[in-house]
Design a protein around this ligand. Sequence first.
Ligand code: CA
Length: 226
Amino acid sequence: MKVLIVEDEVRVANFLRKGLREAGHDVDAVANGQKACECVANTEYDMILLDWMLPDTSGIDLCLDWRKQALRIPIIMVTAKDTTHDLISALDGGADDYLIKPFALAELFARMRALHRRSSEIPPKATFKLDDLVLDWASREARRSKDQIYLSPREFSLLEFFFRNLGKTISKRELSEQVLGVHHDANTNLIEVHINHLRNKLDCGSKRPLIHTIRGVGYVLKVLEQ
Ligand code: CA
């Protein structure tokens, strides 16, 4: 894989660069946001490892900017921040996964493989429909009736996962591990927070809610029989 490391801490950058090169990856490493943007504009990367606190910007702001520019390269945030709030900010900012320092290279590699597999499995174009809800993969747009719905990258991934498992009850563990790419922790309400955001956008004001809670099991996307 062609990997870009954005990290201003020399020790961490060297550790990552050495480990990734030994694992056979082609690596560029930069230490600030400006250089990262130049790299991304000039080179096609398969993966970006992005530090949160950079000297000239934050990893979250970089991530948001890139996603606004429709850059779809898988991004893993690598950071010392570890609260649920931080995690939600990173994922809502467009990061695909999140790794807390210090970490083992083996875990990073496993996450990179999983993320690469997920991103390369997605077909280039797909439109999903259920009732009056439409999710257009190519344009990254969702609509309900004729109303356009803005979804964060994370909400988009969740909804796409629901569509790919239409009518099937999905557990919080599956959502944590397969969509958010984090270990499921029953003590956090991370999934509930995301589902609530998604529900507010999709089902708010509709007489036909589409995301349903199956108590003690998980969630399902479907039209309820009247
Ligand atoms: Ca830093």
